[in-house]
Design a protein around this ligand. Structure first.
Ligand code: HEC
Length: 171
């Protein structure tokens, strides 16, 4: 009887070890059940230290921008714009390096006359006005997009663009 019991113990121990040999599933479940706080913190947690520092260095209200919402808002733009370095021009020009760049100057992109002649450099304030009402801000431009009407959505989108398009503080 005693032998049988110890045999069972060994089997149980082996089973436990086997379970430990598959670490991902039990651990994943444990952290998922750790709760809502972990979920809420997720976007910040996935941000690289450099991007988190850049976000924090932005002037208010952009320093507290919700990058997850900004990324969501960018879904409205991505059919026409890339934001990565060296990204293609599509219907709209590549937006990498946008901040501080003179409007209408991405190489090989054929802008409308009003945007070519605009003559200002893009900053958060200009972009906010452009995105609120593309037509009204610069009549005659060719970006057929109705705009982002909610001010907080624009703030989050601009914060996201600053972090993702190679913006340099003070530049
Ligand atoms: C239907 C396609 C389309 C969508 C959607 C769109 N854009 Fe554009 N965008 C354009 C075009 C075309 C231009 C060039 C307009 C011109 O030459 O008059 C442009 C120009 C711009 C410019 C000026 C770039 C420069 O080099 O001066 C910015 C900034 C911009 N878009 C941002 C955005 C953002 C941010 C969104 C999403 C909220 C967005 N666009 C959505 C087509 C689009």
């Amino acid at each position: 009887m005693r032998r049988v019991t110890s045999g069972l113990v060994i089997i149980a121990a082996a089973a436990a070890l086997a379970a430990c040999g598959q670490p991902a599933a039990p651990e994943g479940e444990a952290s998922a059940s750790a709760g809502e706080t972990a979920k809420a913190a997720a976007p910040a947690a996935t941000l690289s230290p450099a991007k988190a520092a850049l976000l924090a260095s932005l002037p208010a209200p952009y320093n507290t921008g919700d990058l997850a919402n900004g990324q969501k808002q960018f879904q409205l733009c991505r059919s026409c714009h890339t934001i990565t370095e060296g990204g293609a021009n599509m219907t709209g020009p590549n937006l990498y390096g946008l901040f501080g760049r003179t409007a209408g100057t991405v190489e090989k992109f054929r802008y409308s006359e009003p945007l070519k002649a605009a003559g200002f450099a893009w900053d958060a304030a200009k972009l906010d006005q452009w995105l609120a009402d593309p037509r009204g801000f610069l009549p005659g431009n060719r970006m057929s997009f109705m705009g982002v009407k909610d001010a907080k959505d624009r703030t989050d989108l601009i914060a996201y663009l600053k972090v993702e398009t190679g913006y340099k503080p003070g530049g």
